[in-house]
Design a protein around this ligand. Sequence first.
Ligand SMILES: [Zn+2]
Length: 284
Amino acid sequence: MKKVERQRRFVQQHIALFRCPVCRQPMAAVVENSLTCVNGHQFDFNKHGYLHFLNGAANTEYGRSMFESRRQLLTAGLFKPIVSAVNQLLPARELNILDVGTGEGTPLAQLAQLRENPGDTMVGFDISKPGVTLATQLPVTAFFCVADLRQLPFADHCFDLLLELFSPSDYQEFNRVLADDGMLVKVIPNANYLVELRHLLYGEGDRNYHYDNTAVVDLFREHYPNSQVKRVQYQFNLPAGMQEALLEMTPLHWGKNAKQLTDQELAALTAVTVDVSLLIARKK
Ligand SMILES: [Zn+2]
């Protein structure tokens, strides 16, 4: 079956998951190449097979090469222990899973592999077209779309799990689409995340030399006072030749004061620390 056809069928089967981001009313039908809401707003499947829910162009700095670098590192297993830790939190029953800011989709695909539950319904969205285009090429039974975090094209209370890896949040929207017994897992970097690279790129006096996630944790706790934190920390051995990709996939090097690294400095980087917190909230 062609990719576009597969995605069309997914939306047809799961049309109740979707909501019109323009008028906030239910979707009515998939007709030919479009999904249409009860008020006639129309969203087209593009040639890659995904739906584009944004009004106008997205303002994002993440280009295709960043996502290709990310794909390389994630396929090599950079985030696998994180995905595995998320998987351990999940009940065995069938779940509707939403991956917020899915990027090029590899973590969701890896979670699908670990779940081995063909009954799960998986949806990933991102504001970036290059990311979602790459995601739709993954051999995974998941639906991907381009959407805005602040105007989710999904119905109320329809997801059992919201997963978020290094993505911004809109807790009001999250609570709206999360089932009453649903769970939110937000993965954020800790101070030592890729610290080896950080210290190569920034001098000790630079504000980027240290990273502090306190504000993010505090805001999460404000919204979810009963939330828990699970720390996941490990060393990742960089496969030969992937140093450039690591540099490319991380926003660290965007800082104005980032040092231009020499080939030798990069080549000497053979392992990096991955240190993250899983912020876990249950709605009730
Ligand atoms: Zn509408």
